[in-house]
Design a protein around this ligand. Structure first.
Ligand code: AMP
Length: 323
């Protein structure tokens, strides 16, 4: 509460506020960034507010990016949402303002803000932004803000199924859907995918490996991805496509980019961000990522996952838990 008030205090003091988020934005990056931009625009009229970062074609429907010139940063307040470390901030100008604030729900790997508001118990950065509204009922929330924040929560909780969902998450979502932002159209937009991606999804389901330790993996070389008329960023969207297979404990999807290989790791229990960190990546205990530079390095990551999962019992299914 104190931190929220401090941040609102800084927002009040600055005339220009520029909001950043992480590279390769997901719905929570854009939802928290756009939700905060709405909060400021709708409640502190007269301020110049910019949301910046590279464009993400498939999520453009959520939030168009602004393009302020360098001069806008002089004397500006810069707020970075949903980004644990400096290297992952989209738009390198984030250090050019006169104050830098971090709002994030990832475990801290790099303290770059002053102040920093980090809440790892929150499902999403969007839920954190929504909590500013919830703790300050005098702030007006528009339908656009509600839509963006709902998008971020839906994205980072996998439609309310992951363990990061708390009673607070549902209470927040309940408040957000009171706004008539066109939920059905929004879901259609968020989960629409290209036919080519559906075909690649079929390929991944046919070809992923499931080891005896419960590790799932798929390696997608760039020439294979291109043979489906797709790019690496499309292929990486398939990270959860075999997550429902029995006996799976943790898994990784490798999608090759021009000069490196992106690894997206997920887990049902074993803590995988420590493995991502070995490869200079990071993330949450059950959802992490890293970049590797050869298929041999990818194989080492798979071996590390197998060692980790060998020691972990398979999670009980829900009927066993209830018994
Ligand atoms: P992703 O698979 O991109 O959705 O990433 C899952 C989580 O891991 C994200 O919340 C990121 O914080 C983190 N992450 C992904 N890639 C990296 C990376 N290269 N370095 C640090 N953290 C990462």
């Amino acid at each position: 509460m104190l931190l929220i008030d401090q941040i609102l205090g800084w927002i009040q003091k600055y005339e220009t506020i520029i909001i950043h988020r992480h590279v390769r934005p997901d719905p929570d990056a854009l939802g928290s960034q756009g939700g905060l931009a709405c909060l400021i625009r709708d409640n502190f009229p007269g301020k110049k507010v910019y949301a910046v970062g590279e464009d993400a074609e498939s999520l453009r429907f959520l939030l168009p990016m602004d393009a302020p010139d360098d001069a806008a940063y002089a004397g500006a307040l810069v707020i970075v949402c949903d980004t644990a470390n400096r290297e992952r901030i989209s738009d390198a100008r984030f250090g050019k303002g006169s104050r830098l604030i971090k709002i994030d729900h990832h475990p801290v790997v790099d303290s770059y803000g002053d102040p920093e508001w980090v809440d790892t118990s929150s499902s999403s950065a969007s839920e954190m932004i929504a909590s500013i509204y919830r703790t300050h009922p005098e702030l007006k929330m528009t339908d656009s803000a509600a839509r963006l924040l709902f998008a971020g929560i839906v994205g980072d909780t996998g439609r309310f199924q992951f363990s990061n969902v708390t009673p607070e998450t549902f209470l927040t979502a309940a408040e957000l859907i009171k706004h008539p932002f066109g939920r059905q159209a929004f879901f259609n937009d968020l989960y629409r995918r290209k036919l080519a991606l559906a075909r690649l999804n079929g390929y991944v389901l046919q070809h992923f490996t499931l080891t005896e330790e419960g590790v799932g993996f798929i390696k997608l070389p760039l020439d294979l991805i291109r043979s489906f008329n797709l790019e690496s960023s499309d292929a990486s969207l398939l990270v959860n496509c075999f997550s429902d297979v029995e006996n799976l404990k943790a898994w990784v999807l490798f999608s090759e980019e021009k000069d490196s290989i992106r690894a997206r790791l997920r887990s049902k229990g074993p803590v995988i961000n420590r493995i991502a960190e070995i490869y200079h990546g990071g993330g949450h205990p059950l959802a992490a990522g890293a970049t590797v530079h050869s298929w041999e390095e990818a194989d080492r990551m798979i071996a590390d996952l197998r060692t980790l999962c060998r020691q972990e019992p398979l999670q009980m299914n829900s009927s066993e838990k209830d018994a």
